[in-house]
Design a protein around this ligand. Structure first.
Ligand code: HAM
Length: 436
């Protein structure tokens, strides 16, 4: 019988690793509470239409990566319904916002979630088919301040604090503005125009996107198309005054609260709902899949799903990737610790008294050499010669043999472990010889 294994791209999380997961989740909950976010739990599967409309038909996620099936709603006879395992949680949160009329409170909804998402991607380090996200969304009617650049800066500052509190150092924040629903059409028209004469030289996927959703050409990973993509117009040149002012205000607020960032005019992100601010936090430790988290504004998403005007901004952090980064940092810290505690630094010399009668003479010699600034290990006259050599080899770069002959003549036998060379050295020259 063939053994059953976890499905490709999925994995079991076992103790003690799960302790780290729990610690990270607890830290996230603590930080979210300080910013007054509440938890939302939406279903793991939703009507396929939610993602098709929300995330966008032409995105990689919807066109290739979703786990979708026809499900009979109640009985055999009933019409089948297309359902999908959630590939992300923003569309589900906005659906719940609309369904439960949360906008009617007139307040901002600040919601966070922690849970699995599903995408049929090619598995590799940091990329799984079932992966976890810690995410949060701030959404509400414009009268509650949901459009304000202050919200963007507040979310980004919260993320910087969360990463700091988790002990993640070395992250970079990259951001961009992809414009509002009014300046996006002008940019897309310009992209179409620029793509028209060159699209035939591009991959089949990009030829199709050039027609159906040109913005998606920008986040294509096809290396053959990169040179053409570089020549395409940049969205920054198509932002209207309001979008430019919004982005400038986000950057100014980040400067004011000391969150470091860089602006990348090519960052459009792979989901269609984004407007204005988009961002990613990356980490060098992660290799190819270096996005620790991504997010942005989605001012039109609620309306795209048939809801009221409800601008919003949010992010999702790849929990699997966060854990990888922390484990790497822990591994490095443990290695650094070992260099000090477990495996001592190599001493300049190991003094080996040949017989217990020479112990005090060896102690005195060690004292002299240490006072001369050398790092010295002292053996024991009870050790056999072989044992002295074995220990000396682990602890020092050279061994100094102190037998009765040596004591009498004042000429010592020194063996350098690295070169294997054995020499006779007068006591007065010993410190100098061991230093080199
Ligand atoms: P996303 O960029 O598709 O955005 O995913 C967010 C994060 O989830 C990524 O930066 C990455 O860390 C992690 N992630 C994505 N796919 C995988 C995978 N296959 N394996 C492991 N980790 C993965 C969203 O999902 C948006 N909903 C974020 C958002 C919230 N925007 C606004 N609000």
């Amino acid at each position: 019988m063939t053994l059953l294994k976890a499905v490709r791209g999925t994995r079991d999380l076992l103790p003690p690793e799960t302790e780290l997961w729990n610690r990270v989740e607890a830290t996230a909950r603590r930080v979210f509470a300080r910013y007054n976010f509440g938890e939302i739990r939406t279903p793991l599967f939703e009507d396929t239409q939610l993602f098709a409309r929300g995330v966008g038909e032409e995105t990689d996620i919807v066109s290739k990566e979703m786990y979708t099936w026809e499900d009979r709603a109640r009985a055999q006879s009933e019409k089948a319904q297309s359902l999908t395992l959630r590939p992300e949680n923003t569309a589900g949160v906005v659906r719940a916002y609309i369904e439960h009329k949360l906008g009617e409170t007139g307040l901002l909804q600040k919601l966070y979630y922690i849970g699995p998402q599903f995408r049929r991607e090619r598995p590799q380090k940091g990329r799984y088919r079932q992966f976890w996200q810690i995410g949060a969304e701030v959404i509400g009617p414009p009268s509650a301040g949901s459009e304000s650049p202050l919200r963007d800066a507040e979310v980004l500052e919260m993320l910087a604090s969360l990463l700091d509190e988790l002990g993640i150092t070395g992250w970079s924040l990259v951001l961009n503005s992809v414009g509002s629903s009014s300046d996006r059409p002008r940019y897309i028209a310009a992209l179409r125009e620029a793509l028209a004469p060159v699209k035939d030289q591009m991959s089949a996927d990009n030829q199709r996107r050039a027609e159906t959703n040109p913005l998606r050409v920008l986040d294509s990973k096809d290396p053959g198309d990169e040179a053409i993509i570089e020549t395409l117009p940049k969205i920054a040149d198509y932002l209207d005054d309001a979008s430019k002012a919004h982005f400038a205000a986000v950057l100014a607020a980040l400067d004011a609260c000391g969150v470091p960032y860089t602006v990348n005019p090519r960052l459009v992100r792979g989901l269609d709902y984004y407007t204005r601010t988009t961002f990613e936090f990356t980490h060098g430790e992660l290799g190819a899949q270096n996005a620790l988290l991504g997010g942005g504004r989605y001012d039109g998403l609620s309306e795209m799903l048939g809801g009221p005007k409800a601008p919003g901004i949010g992010f999702a952090m790849g929990l699997d990737r966060l854990i990888l980064t922390l484990q790497e940092a822990e591994r490095k810290a443990a290695a650094a610790q070992a260099a000090v505690a477990g495996v001592p630094l190599l001493a300049d010399g190991f003094i080996a008294p040949l017989g217990e009668g020479l112990n005090t003479a060896a102690l005195e010699m060690a004292k002299e050499l240490r006072r001369a600034g050398l790092r010295i290990e002292l053996g024991d006259g009870a050790f056999r010669l072989k044992k002295s050599f074995e220990i000396g080899n682990k602890l020092a770069r050279a061994i100094v043999l102190l037998g009765e002959d040596e004591q009498r003549s004042g000429i010592l036998t020194v063996k350098n472990f690295a070169t294997g060379e054995q020499t006779k050295i007068p006591r007065g020259d010993l410190a100098q010889a061991l230093k080199t």
